[in-house]
Design a protein around this ligand. Structure first.
Ligand SMILES: Nc1ncnc2c1ncn2[C@@H]1O[C@H](COP(=O)(O)OP(=O)(O)OP(=O)(O)O)[C@@H](O)[C@H]1O
Ligand SMILES: O=C(O)[C@H](O)CO
Length: 506
């Protein structure tokens, strides 16, 4: 099998493990008929009376379909808020298993066009709020949460109206606020976010099943943490509004809510009736890819599930890592060149501030692998692209193209480049199957990409300048280096795989 076939199979395996149906079937069970119990990853929750389900997020339709199959007649009623048009597009894609059955007890509300809160999403949020408010101590509320949940669960604290909240969110996003910052502000202005849903559902038992699309899987940030205790105060929100120069332009309603917000978030004791359980994450997807890579004979290592930073810097990090592995294959791993490369790599990793990454340790493990086995380095997270051009692309395709350019430059500068002794493949893909506004999930690249593109009259630098990675990959060698999976129905950010094997013994 080619490296490319291996990479594709690893990507599919990683995504497969966090698809709603297998993920829920692994984690959720209902046991006993007389006094049934919900079992989630081994934790038991008695269903004393009624069992309700609510959900919000891009992957929630498939999660709800799988959950209803497991819960059967024990489910009393449910409401889910999902993206506009999702039922039709899943139907069209032939993904029947992600759709609810004809006589489902779960009501589906579609809204949040373009991932922005709207009247439909508000209607759904109000329906969920009313359901939660009416629960008793004998009820159990199962909450399904995935990325995109924030826009699908808008419930602004009066007198704030939806349009005002939407405008503020848009302004924060356009000024470059990170998802953590955006969601801290959303939590402060919402009745349901920041633990609000869980507090409203009290005294019912609340069990939330979460598919994480945020680096580090922070419960209080994913979908703005509607069932998680918030560690943020109104002070944090004010700081963010100040940082983005928005404090002095706030509508009266927002000012009123901010000035009457309690200075401290509700204490953790208010959440004794709640369990938040992460069912799927980038880490889980990478673990599966690692397992499968080992099965294919690779020495497989996970670099990090939290790779973040400007796409060009991240591409450099991957190029340098590839160089180091190839040096190892060429038995050139000791000496000044390697030390310089190592130093650069460590400095770059420090700059990128990848949470939890101990690169020194990673490099040591890498070095200990020995020269004979093919190497698979896996990583995940989300890069950022500062759009300069007007082209069509996504962060994964741009990353792959930049890695291709980096490897080309490294090859051109080193006469005895260690890359010559290695076969190398890089893949980056979005686990949701859609990279930016394109039909592809990502792209593959290898060191020959730039030179081969030139033979077809394609100038990679020019495509990069115009953020036109999708157009490049569509044209280059008939589009065969695009990763096309179609919508996957899940989302745990992006995944990268680097596969390297020696072509000759030195
Ligand atoms: N022409 C382009 N080239 C490179 N990146 C682009 C381009 N156009 C948009 N993007 C990037 O695509 C991203 C938006 O796409 P996408 O919807 O896949 O990501 P998202 O909003 O983070 O959603 P999700 O988390 O569901 O994947 C933004 O990060 C944006 O910078
Ligand atoms: O919905 C949201 O807030 C984002 O997708 C992060 O979870």
């Amino acid at each position: 099998m080619s490296l490319r076939e291996h990479a594709l199979s690893l990507f599919r395996g990683a995504v497969g493990t966090v698809r709603p149906a297998p993920m829920l079937k692994r984690a959720l069970k209902l046991q006993g008929d007389g006094c049934p119990q919900l079992l989630v990853k081994g934790q038991a929750f008695p269903v004393k009376r009624d069992l309700y389900l609510v959900g919000f997020g891009k992957a929630v339709l498939g999660m709800a379909a799988a959950a209803e199959e497991i819960l059967g007649d024990h489910l009393t009623r449910g409401i889910i808020n999902v993206p506009l048009g999702i039922q039709e597009s899943l139907q069209r894609a032939g993904m029947q298993e992600m759709l609810l059955k004809p006589h489902s007890k779960i009501q589906v509300i579609e809204g949040a066009k373009n991932n922005l809160p709207d009247e439909e999403a508000l209607k759904g949020a109000v329906a969920i709020l009313e359901l939660a408010e009416g629960l008793t101590a004998d009820d159990l509320l199962l909450v399904l949460i995935s990325g995109g949940g924030s826009a699908l669960l808008p419930a602004p604290i009066p007198p704030i109206v939806l349009k005002e909240k939407e405008k503020l969110t848009k302004m924060l996003a356009s000024r470059g606020a990170a998802i953590q910052e955006l969601n801290i502000v959303r939590k402060t202005l919402s009745m349901l976010k920041g633990g609000g849903l869980a507090r409203l559902a009290h005294p019912a038992q609340v069990v939330s099943l979460i598919l994480s699309d945020v680096i580090g899987d922070p419960l209080d940030i994913i979908a703005s943490g509607p069932t998680a205790p918030s560690s943020h105060s109104v002070q944090d929100c004010l700081q963010i509004l100040t940082k983005y120069n928005l404090l002095h332009n706030l509508p009266k309603s927002v000012q009123m809510v901010l000035s009457s917000s309690p200075t401290k978030p509700p204490a953790p004791e208010n959440y004794a009736h709640v369990s938040n359980i992460i069912l799927g994450s980038n880490t889980l997807a990478l673990e599966e890819a690692k397992r499968q890579a080992e099965g294919l004979g690779y020495a497989a290592l996970v670099l990090s599930a939290a790779v973040q930073g400007e796409v060009g810097r991240v591409a450099t990090l991957y190029c340098q890592l590839i160089q180091l592995v190839c040096l190892g294959f060429a038995s050139l791993g000791k000496g000044p060149w390697s030390d310089e490369l190592r130093g650069n790599l460590l400095q770059l990793a420090a700059e990128l501030q990848i949470p939890g990454l101990d690169l020194e340790e990673f490099l040591q493990t890498l070095r200990g692998l020995g020269p004979d086995r093919p190497v698979c380095i896996l990583a995940g997270g989300e890069t950022t692209v500062q759009l300069q051009g007007t082209g069509k692309g996504g962060r994964n395709q741009e990353l792959a193209l930049r890695v291709g350019m980096g490897l080309h430059k490294a090859q051109a500068t080193g006469a005895s480049s260690p890359q010559g002794r290695c076969e190398i493949l890089f893949l980056s893909g979005g686990t949701d199957g859609q990279d930016g506004p394109t039909e592809a999930a990502g792209a593959f690249c290898s060191p020959g990409l730039v030179a081969e593109a030139l033979q077809e009259g394609l100038d990679v630098e020019a495509f990069l300048r115009n953020n036109d990675s999708y157009t490049f990959f569509s044209q280059f060698q008939g589009g065969q280096h695009l990763l096309v999976t179609g919508l996957t129905g899940t989302n745990v950010m992006d995944i990268q795989a680097i596969l390297i094997r020696a072509t000759e013994r030195s």
